[in-house]
Design a protein around this ligand. Structure first.
Ligand code: MG
Length: 161
């Protein structure tokens, strides 16, 4: 059996007048802020896609879904994730597991973690126990700590029987 590992990272700015979507879930920020971006700016799903692509050295999501391509404006990132999973499957690989950590001061993510795991798992054809989603604050340090943005790190392990 062959194994491949990949990592992904993303950050998007928190701005007024945008929805806050993480792991396919619509959340409410206490100040009404949301994530800015060309697509729905779901940093969690973007980091997962980059981890999957990275594991097979396929580049990054900007290569497949360029931000200057109107086709992806407002795109549901879970739909983009399905396309990345299809690329992985076409090459004969499957996902063993993912693990992620979202860095956000607010809102509290804990009540939404199970729904995020379930949404990501179902779009990827995985069980929720193959999808780790963790959340941390940045102890008010740096851009995440100042609530200028929300970031996410992800790792993915792929296997080929
Ligand atoms: Mg992104």
């Amino acid at each position: 059996m062959q194994l491949r590992i990949g990592n992904g990272y993303d950050i998007h700015r928190l701005v007024p007048g945008r929805p806050l979507i993480l792991g396919g879930q619509r959340l409410e920020h206490p100040e009404g802020l949301g994530l800015d971006g060309h697509s729905d700016a779901d940093v969690l799903v973007h980091a997962v896609m980059d981890a999957l692509l990275g594991a097979l050295s396929l580049g990054d999501i900007g290569k497949y879904f360029p931000p200057d391509d109107l086709q992806w404006k407002g795109a549901d990132s879970l739909v983009l994730l399905e396309q990345v999973v299809a690329l992985v499957a076409e090459r004969g690989w499957r996902v063993s597991n993912l693990d992620t950590v979202v860095i956000a001061e607010r809102p509290k993510l804990k009540p939404h973690i199970e729904a995020m795991r379930a949404a990501i798992a179902s779009r990827m054809g995985l069980q929720p126990d193959q999808v780790g989603v963790k959340a941390t604050t940045n102890e008010r340090l740096g851009p995440e700590g100042r609530e200028e943005g929300i970031a996410c790190h992800a790792v993915a392990l792929l296997l080929q029987p």
